[in-house]
Design a protein around this ligand. Sequence first.
Ligand code: MBD
Ligand code: FE
Length: 282
Amino acid sequence: DIITEQATAAASGAAATEQFRAKQRVEAADADTRRVDTLVTELLTAAHEIIRRHKVTYAEYDALKSWLIQVGEDGEWPLFLDVWLEHVVEEVASESRQGSKGTIEGPYYVPGSPRLPAEATLPMREGEAGTPLLFQGQVTGVDGTPLSGATVEIWHADADGYYSQFAPDLPEWNLRGTVMADEQGHFKIHTVEPAPYQIPTDGSCGKLVAAAGWHAWRPAHLHLKVSAPGYQLITTQLYFKGGSHVSDDIASAVKPELILDPVPVADGTGREVTYDFVLDKA
Ligand code: MBD
Ligand code: FE
């Protein structure tokens, strides 16, 4: 494992690259020649047209070349692709699904988080910062059938916006867990509210953001993978109503159906929200 000892773009990028390699779905060698020809030809043709239309100079071409080299050296290809392209891949992949909305996975998922019972507190440090959050709900099929054997995998940033295994000095599974819902598909997860997340500003993606005059923020979010035997897994994220950057996510991954509106709990110690997941048959 790459141990993330520094809070730098290169350190989190190296960890994200290693995670991606471990779960990679398709090898280039498996690809269909005609499909590769079509997709790559169209991509290059689009680039050629942009170069002509904007009369791209050699200085700009060289700036692009050195930036692309640097993205690789920083290990930021997973970050770049997930922030600026994945949302459209997800849109296409989920076109025909009827159940709950999904959205992008992003670069910071790690499989194999600790298995927890239907009501559980996520692994966290003593005195973990952030407003306590009770996130509860039920997993059903499209026809309303409660799904026994459902699991709710959840991972999210801490109150400083850091993900365990991608930033230094955090316990390995901090704010990550695999919750086994009960026979009726119910789950109750105790955690803390995450902070908005700023993509690393000291690497090549940060350089692009600054050069283009953009901002680097994602709204605070919970990441989830929800599944049950015989049903399609959904990968999604949930956001918080009224939070910063809900309407200008750098990763374009917010959908109206994914916005939570938690209410204060009676004893005043935190907030709670109910959100149900509806899965399509496999
Ligand atoms: C994140 O936390 C994230 O969810 C995405 C999609 C990209 C960068 C950081
Ligand atoms: Fe995230």
